[in-house]
Design a protein around this ligand. Structure first.
Ligand code: DGL
Length: 275
């Protein structure tokens, strides 16, 4: 789900957009945006020096998100920024927007969508421990899913498994089974959630693997398509056949592991944010 922003600007086609996350999770949002707007150039920023956000205090997440976004805007002059991290968006968006004069699109758990598609009125939210605790998340549930039972599961483990996955490491199915075990206990009572929200941008990177270890009737919901539509509505469309130039920037060490191959296959050049 896209968190709304009232700013409406039509930026120059040539400017890239920024996609920001604590790690590789925002690449699931990149995939959705890329599928909808293939010619759009993207500056992807991983705050790998601050990773992981999901077990950090709110003040830490606000500070890092705001500082990184300010540096990125100064250096790359983007048309728009996407805070492609639920953990950051649910707490830092007003702080980021008050500092920037470009549209800032936030990514927050797709609770409204899940409530629309759930047939048994029981939905699950799989997110970071921080996101499941946020007042913002509680408010989304009150606003859009007040007639649903909502089972909340916070997992830092799944964030690390998604990072491993993009580095080319094998993710064991039983590790995923353990992550979704709290939902599965419910399934066995026959009144478990029929719809599970992937409320952390890292998790759609493992959507096939999660679906493979879960009961087949489960519907999986994430925010990727909604964010891509929102971005598309806020920018001037790149010319047909324009060739995008993507950069992946890191606040800490530039990776030297399997992630480099993954990013290069997606067309990214790698560099440091501070260098
Ligand atoms: N990808 C982030 C999210 O959407 C969080 C990952 C982390 O814990 O740093 O919540």
């Amino acid at each position: 789900m896209a968190a709304q922003n009232n700013t409406s600007i039509s930026p120059a086609t040539a400017n890239p957009i920024v996609i920001f996350d604590s790690g590789v999770g925002g690449l699931s949002i990149f995939n959705s945006i890329q599928a909808r707007i293939p010619g759009l150039s993207v500056i992807y920023c991983s705050d790998n020096a601050g990773f992981p956000y999901g077990s950090r205090p709110e003040a830490f997440v606000i500070e890092r998100t705001r500082n990184c976004l300010m540096k990125l805007v100064e250096r790359f002059d983007p048309a728009l920024a996407v805070v492609a991290c639920n953990t950051a968006s649910t707490v830092a968006l007003p702080h980021v927007r008050s500092q920037l004069d470009i549209p800032v699109v936030g990514v927050v758990p797709a609770i409204k969508t899940a409530a629309q598609v759930s047939r048994n009125r029981h939905i699950g939210l799989l997110a970071t421990p921080a996101t499941v605790e946020r007042a913002y998340t509680r408010q989304l549930i009150d606003d859009f899913a007040s007639d649903c039972e909502v089972t909340l599961v916070g997992s830092s483990e799944l964030v690390h498994l998604a990072e491993d996955h993009l580095q080319g490491k094998v993710v064991a199915p039983d590790a995923l089974e353990q992550v979704i075990a709290p939902f599965v206990d419910n399934f066995e009572k026959d009144n478990g959630p029929d719809t599970i929200i992937l409320g952390c941008t890292h998790f759609p990177l493992l959507s096939k693997e999660l679906a493979a270890v879960a009961p087949q009737h489960i519907q999986w919901v994430d925010s990727g398509d909604a964010i891509a539509r929102r971005v598309s509505s806020l920018i001037s469309q790149p010319a047909v056949n324009s060739v995008p130039e993507h950069k992946a920037v890191f606040t800490g060490d530039i990776p030297v592991n399997g992630l480099v191959d993954y990013l290069q296959r997606q067309g990214f050049e790698l560099e440091g944010l501070n260098g």
